[in-house]
Design a protein around this ligand. Sequence first.
Ligand SMILES: [Zn+2]
Length: 151
Amino acid sequence: MTGIGEAVTAVRGAYTIARAAKDVTDKVKLDTAVSEVLDALGNAQSALLALQQHHFELLDENRQLKERLAKEARFDRYYIEKTPMGGLVLRLKPEEVTSQQPDHRACPNCREHGRLSMLAEEDLFYRCLVKDCGFLAEHTESPNLGIDPMY
Ligand SMILES: [Zn+2]
């Protein structure tokens, strides 16, 4: 894993150098050992800072994924319903219907964009309430007005 191994190696190296230098009486050798310990600790600090940055990025990614999952979970309450005329809509599952959440249908087109939008039930169509969507699903056969389609 990036960062952790480097930090552990650097700290271990600093410890080894410091331990070996504890009984050194030669000033030059001691200065060299201190310099090596400081280099190793600097490497460890750099690795830990990079690791911390990566950790924050993962936390942010995790938060975004949780938000996305929570948005997707809203659709678990619906099932795909085929209208008598062959259109497909999302319908609230019967076990989800309450007095505060009456039976209704939602737009499959908006669902593809991660949006939960209700459908208005009009005389012949379910119509999406989102203005820029334009989804329509015929749920009732058009009334026969006695007009011959050939004319
Ligand atoms: Zn829609």
